[in-house]
Design a protein around this ligand. Structure first.
Ligand code: NAI
Length: 327
């Protein structure tokens, strides 16, 4: 039998953790023949709740689940880890300024990056979900200088999936018929969901979509979907976020579908004028366990302005955490 893959989940007692861990246990993330050992990292006050979740994981009797360990020590949590899912983060509290939020999260993601540097397996792959995800990923990456920078990613797959679903719903086609949508920039309200290159059943989607629908409904609808979920559910997106984590890691490790791409935030290589090193969402493919930014796409003036606006926000966040000494 195969050696289990070690998967660390931070914020494991939270609501995304609760949805995510059972999908991982069921084998949805790495495939039906890959055993998994879970490491759950939580803050001390939430360890008891994490133990409750671990009891339920036991009760799932998942054949692929080789073990579950729980700790509040990042060095223990990331020891030998192959896949690190950084979900736990400090939410914005009442009266908290953006600088306070970045600083509080720097206090989490800096030490977690350092623990990954010190303890993780050589092939470690990191996905940051906790917000502000792009900048938290940048902070973690800068604390792990010996890990190839491209192993640090932040999640825009939920935005990507929302975009696929919104186009499919609007046109009344199955979601599987929609391909080549892209999310550019920051996982925030400035993100740019791009349909310029999208296909529906292999044909350009643009021919079937009004410009006004794209600009007034689709783009703000995707960017503000998180707020709409909170309004409806009384709680933020959790199962859909967990599902997007599964999709991101599965595509990263097993590869994207031929002819299609997905979206992920990763350190820029300078593509499309995005400053090198900035953790920015791009259209990407994956093969052999490596992401590759889709090259050579035409960027029209509208797209350029939207991408630049979101990248400007990422630069501001980067400069703010640099000024705080967090990177
Ligand atoms: P939650 O509040 O239910 O759970 C967060 C958990 O993280 C809590 O159990 C908390 O104790 C834990 N935690 C806090 N600091 C920690 C630390 N230093 N080490 C380990 N654990 C720690 O939140 P939820 O709904 O599970 O969301 C988690 C994060 O994911 C939030 O930051 C949220 O904004 C973000 N998110 C990102 C999405 C994306 O698309 N990138 C989508 C949805 C949510």
């Amino acid at each position: 039998s195969r050696t289990p893959v070690t998967v660390t989940v931070t914020g494991a007692a939270g609501q995304i953790g609760y949805a995510l861990l059972f999908r991982i246990g069921a084998g949805d993330m790495l495939g039906p023949d890959v055993p998994v050992r879970l490491r759950l990292l939580e803050i001390p006050q939430a360890l008891k709740a994490a133990e409750g979740t671990a009891m339920e994981l036991d009760d799932g009797a998942f054949p692929l689940l080789a073990g579950v360990d729980i700790t509040h020590d990042a060095r223990v949590a990331f020891d030998g880890t192959n896949i690190a899912l950084l979900v736990g983060a400090r939410p914005r509290g009442p009266g908290m300024e953006r600088g306070d939020l970045l600083e509080a999260n720097g206090g989490i993601f800096g030490p977690q990056g350092a623990a990954i540097e010190a303890a993780a397996a050589d092939d470690v792959r990191v996905l940051v979900v906790g917000n502000p995800a792009n900048t938290n990923a940048l902070i973690a990456q800068r604390h792990a200088p010996s890990v190839p920078a491209g192993r640090f990613t932040a999640m825009t797959r939920l935005d990507h999936n929302r975009a696929l679903s919104r186009v499919a719903g609007h046109l009344g086609v199955p979601v599987a018929d929609v391909s080549r949508v892209a999310i550019w920039g920051n996982h925030s309200a400035t993100q740019y969901p791009d349909l310029t290159h999208a296909l529906v059943a292999g044909e350009p989607a643009a021919a079937r979509l009004d410009r006004s629908w794209i600009e007034d409904d689709f783009i703000p609808g995707v960017a503000k979907r998180g707020a709409a979920i909170i309004e409806a559910r009384g709680a933020s997106s959790a199962a859909s976020a967990a599902s997007a984590v599964i999709d991101h890691v599965r595509d990263w490790t097993l590869g994207t579908a031929p002819g299609d791409w997905t979206s992920a935030a990763l350190p820029s290589d300078g593509s499309y004028g995005v400053p090198e090193g900035l953790v920015c969402s791009f259209p990407v493919t994956a093969e052999g366990g490596e992401w590759r930014i889709v090259p050579g796409l035409d960027i029209d003036d509208f797209s350029r302005a939207r991408i630049d606006a979101s990248v400007a926000e990422l630069i501001e966040e980067r400069d703010a955490v640099a000024a705080l000494g967090l990177i």
